[in-house]
Design a binder for this molecule. Structure first.
Ligand code: NAP
Length: 483
């Protein structure tokens, strides 16, 4: 493991953004997970009255923003993209220090935010409806997509730049105003996005940011009757709660939740190349991605070779401070998450799994952990860990591999590694997942492609990203125009 001397950088003071004004508040400290004692940021802890103010400002700003010609809204998003690109180094360093991911991973995330802003800036030129033939003579029949109003957005800590952008950009492009409640652990990373939107010239009140605990600030946002829709990304447990609260007042809600993502390796695949895809998918981002590979399924024919390659590649990963150049995997985000990771490993070993690599830690630096001979029904094979832990399950054939891949409560990403086209197609058609990857990492998606899960990974009503995201943030109005 690599560590460096603490940086001498004073903490970033994060503020709420309400009606165009930056408001300070009592500070919550966030320490760098790689450098105990180094305070990266202090952020305010808001309350329900602050949420009320933010929603009022978002509602007040809505009529004018909705009337602003869509390409002009797009122009502001494009400017925000340029600013985020210009500030990418600072944003990536803040993200790495606050969340722990490596500087390269943080840079990739910021780059993705820039691409998202540009993508939705472009979409403002394409907002439109359809025209239809009417059965009534001299009647123009058409549809138009209209924004919903002030929308609430709640985001997790693991992509605190990219996720706020991929929800906010389509919301604003469509003409909605936004109140965002970001994750408390990574307040400063999301603040960089807010600064870019403000500096791009977004009118006051169009985008608002309120910090504070999920139970207090998040629930105040979800239950505010004036919030037209809620887009939430986070754990399935909290998603269920948000769903219940939103349903009581019949609000539109989008939920993207946890995952238990599987990679099947068929015997025709090269074990070394297959292990490379599994190891990068499992331990990239310290395994703290909803799309992380958390199970590998092998067959008796390739079990030994794949496990051997996985063990070697896993053990070779350099764990350390995300800011250090040689680091391939950063620390776990928090002591709470570390305890969860270690608990799952302990339970798996008690259930009879074999420890092939890792399993231990120093501070928040957990060694990438590989377990084999994992039972498909055990907790480690069924539940989301959200850490650097990879479980190998052995099955008898490709049909059983698909059945085991599908047999979890989740359905976000499922992958297969094979050159057998028929096997890949059968797997792809049969997979109970929102995203299927053949010979590609389970992690990573393109900005123009729909993204979302099935089963406990989503409420499965609206997809995020790509053009599809605009469906959540708009409603269809049908117009009959007689002449
Ligand atoms: P989390 O604990 O569910 O929190 C997510 C957000 O919800 C945070 O902003 C949190 O605020 C807030 N929150 C907590 N309790 C709330 C409540 N009662 N009402 C309203 N909001 C509430 O999730 P996390 O630990 O930040 O993120 C990890 C999870 O996100 C994993 O399960 C991962 O799979 C999932 N995830 C899914 C996707 C996807 O696209 N499917 C992408 C990334 C992550 P605080 O920060 O103040 O607690």
């Amino acid at each position: 493991m690599t560590t460096s001397a603490p940086l001498e950088v004073s903490p970033i003071e994060v503020r709420h953004l309400i009606g165009g004004r930056w408001l300070p508040g009592a500070g919550e400290e966030r320490q760098n997970p790689a450098r105990p004692g180094e305070v990266v940021s202090t952020s305010p802890d808001g309350d329900s009255s602050l949420v009320e103010d933010a929603v009022t400002r978002a509602c007040d700003a809505f009529p004018e923003w909705a009337q602003t010609p869509a390409p002009m809204r797009g122009e502001l998003l494009r400017r925000a993209a340029d600013l985020l690109e210009a500030r990418a180094d600072r944003a990536a360093r803040t993200l790495s220090r606050e969340e722990g991911k490596t500087l390269r991973e943080a840079g990739d995330e910021v780059g993705r935010g820039v691409r998202m802003l540009r993508f939705y800036a472009g979409e403002t030129w394409r907002l439109g409806g359809i025209t239809l033939p009417s059965m009534t003579p001299r009647t123009e029949l058409s549809t138009v997509r209209e924004p919903l109003g002030a929308v609430g957005i709640i985001t997790p800590w693991n992509f605190p730049v990219a996720i706020p952008v991929w929800k906010t950009a389509p919301a604003l492009a469509a003409g909605n105003t936004v109140v965002l409640k970001p994750a408390s652990l990574t307040a400063a990373s999301t603040a960089v996005v807010a600064e870019c939107l403000v500096d791009a010239g977004l009118p006051a009140g169009v985008f608002n940011l309120v910090y504070g605990s999920g139970a207090r600030v998040g629930e105040a946002l979800v239950t505010d009757e004036r919030i037209a829709a809620i887009s939430f990304t986070g754990s399935t447990a909290v998603g269920r709660r948000v769903n219940e609260l939103a349903a009581r007042r019949m609000a539109r809600v989008q939920l993207e939740l946890g995952g238990k993502n599987t990679m099947v390796v068929l015997p025709d695949a090269d074990p070394e190349q297959a292990a490379d895809l599994c190891v990068r998918g499992a331990f990239g981002l310290t395994g703290q991605a909803c799309t992380a590979t958390s199970r590998v399924i092998v067959l008796p024919e390739n079990e030994e070779a794949v496990i051997e390659a996985l063990r070697r590649q896993t053990s070779a990963l350099a764990v350390g401070d995300g800011l250090d150049e040689g680091t391939q995997m950063g620390p776990v985000v928090s002591h709470q998450q570390l305890a969860t990771d270690l608990r799952y490993v302990g339970e798996a070993l008690a259930d009879g799994a074999t420890l092939e690599a890792g399993g231990d830690h120093s501070d928040l630096f957990m060694r990438p952990t590989l377990l084999s001979r994992v039972g498909p029904q055990s907790a480690i094979a069924q539940e989301e860990v959200f850490g650097p832990v990879l479980a190998v399950v052995t099955v008898q054939d490709a049909a059983e591999a698909l059945a085991v891949a599908n047999n979890t409560p989740y359905g976000l990403v499922t992958g297969i590694i094979t050159n057998d086209l028929a096997a890949a197609m059968e797997f792809s058609r049969g997979a109970q997942a929102g995203v299927v990857k053949v010979n590609r990492l389970t992690t990573g998606t393109d900005v123009n492609a729909p993204f979302g899960g099935v089963k406990a990974s989503s409420n499965d009503l609206f997809r995020e990203q790509g053009v599809t995201a605009m469906e959540f943030y708009t409603r269809v109005k049908t117009v009959y125009l007689g002449y």
